[in-house]
Design a protein around this ligand. Structure first.
Ligand SMILES: *Cc1c(COP(=O)(O)O)cnc(C)c1O
Length: 403
């Protein structure tokens, strides 16, 4: 018991960019006794999950499911199409592309990074130069992140396909869609993506623990030409099993699969294109609020150009250390948890305490976003951080004009 009144009792709102809010329907579906993993309903259900996952990724090609988080997917994807000593090129604009590049290096690959900073588009000139210089076509893959969850930039995936085609380079196009899938428009086949990875705990509205790799026929051929692939990460049997046990290279994650069935039903009942539009409108309402706050204070969105901003995560800043102060106040007093800033600089750098993030991926609607924005408005007031008026009205205007 404390004498200080807190307003935090009630439904907590975890507005960080993953794990995201898990719907009650999904939680309830996961409250399930263990099933027979050799025959029966679970065995019959998994092919429907694969089919419906492919509808989210917009591919008619291949999919494999893993029991792992995003870091596992970074390894799973590379392990199937590269070998020690192979070269890869990574387009970086945020912490996550840098993280995938570090993983590639630790797997023994020769990694070239073209880094354009935290919140600016890829450097297409330098990427082109790197591909053109590779006359022998030693670069096996061009790797990049669709939405980089740290600075919250949304990248133009088709521009990488166009670049590879334009210079006639056969590298696989590999995309990390962990923050974006189920939130942002993504068209794996139409955009010519060879490998797309995503995890369960963001736009797919699930707890962490499941990972998905989608891969093209070209990537499948690459896998077949590999001399050695780690048996756990090998996608061959997972995507085309002779017996059910091979889907998961061992025991199926039974309860998670029932949850996934419920989550995919929700996505496809709403319609994936409507899901994308919902995220876009909610994101615009957030930007409108931040613009209003910024009129009378230091708050700024990290990505300047609206066309390059994610619809799933928003990174923003105040003057250090007010980002951290605001976050802590909202959590302690309102039950609203905002995301920490993730920067390229080392921990402890003041930049970390300037930045913070909103996660708005998956199971998020208008009243939740208004609660988020109202919470931030309250925190700014309580922490005595300068801000302009009219933010909530500006957000409401955007939401009111949806139809
Ligand atoms: C969350 C995230 C990851 C890492 O996923 P973990 O499950 O935390 O390992 C990788 N890439 C992107 C773009 C992400 O948003």
């Amino acid at each position: 018991m404390t004498d200080i009144l807190s307003l935090a009792t009630g439904v907590p709102y975890l507005a960080i960019p993953g794990p995201s809010v898990v719907p009650d329907q999904v939680l309830r579906a996961m409250h399930h006794h263990s099933s027979n993993i050799y025959e029966g309903p679970l065995v019959d259900m998994v092919p429907t999950l694969v089919q419906d996952l492919k509808r989210v990724a917009r591919t008619n090609q291949n999919a494999a499911i893993y029991i792992c988080n995003g870091h596992g997917l970074w390894e799973a994807s590379l392990e199937n199409v590269t070998s020690v000593g192979d070269r890869v090129l990574v387009a970086c604009n945020g912490r996550f592309a840098v993280g995938w590049a570090e993983t590639a290096r630790k797997l023994g690959l020769v990694v070239e990074e073209v880094d354009s900073g935290m919140a600016t588009p890829w450097n297409m000139d330098r990427l082109r130069a790197a591909l053109v210089a590779d006359k022998a076509h030693e670069i096996k893959a061009l790797m990049a992140v669709h939405v980089d969850t740290s600075g919250s930039i949304r990248n133009d995936v088709p521009s990488l396909r166009a670049l590879l085609d334009d210079v006639g380079h056969p590298a696989l196009l590999m995309m990390d869609c962990i923050a974006s899938m189920g939130c942002e428009t993504f068209e794996m086949d139409a955009w010519g993506v060879d490998v797309a990875i995503t995890a369960s705990q963001k736009g797919l509205m699930m707890p962490p623990g499941l990972g998905f790799v989608f891969f093209s026929e070209k990537a499948a051929e690459r896998r077949r030409a590999q001399e050695r692939v780690s048996p756990y990460w090998d996608w061959s049997a997972r995507s085309n099993p002779d017996v059910f046990y091979q889907y998961f290279c061992g025991t199926a994650p039974v309860q998670q699969l029932y949850g996934l069935r419920a989550a995919l039903d929700m996505i496809h009942d709403e319609g994936i294109e409507r899901v994308w539009k919902r995220h876009a409108v909610l994101a615009r309402s957030i930007w409108a609020a931040v613009d209003a706050w910024g009129q009378g204070g230091p708050m700024r969105l990290d990505v300047v150009d609206p066309a390059q901003r994610s619809h799933a995560v928003t990174s923003l800043r105040l003057d250090a250390p007010d980002g951290t102060r605001l976050r802590k106040w909202c959590e302690a007093n309102l039950g609203l948890t905002l995301g920490i800033g993730l920067r390229a600089t080392p921990w402890g750098d003041p930049e970390w305490d300037a930045h913070f993030r909103f996660g708005h991926m998956g199971y998020v609607n208008g009243h939740m976003i208004l609660g988020l924005l109202g919470g931030v408005e309250t925190g700014l007031t309580a922490c005595d951080i300068a801000h302009g008026p009219g933010a909530i009205e500006a957000a409401a205007q955007v939401l009111a004009q949806t139809q």
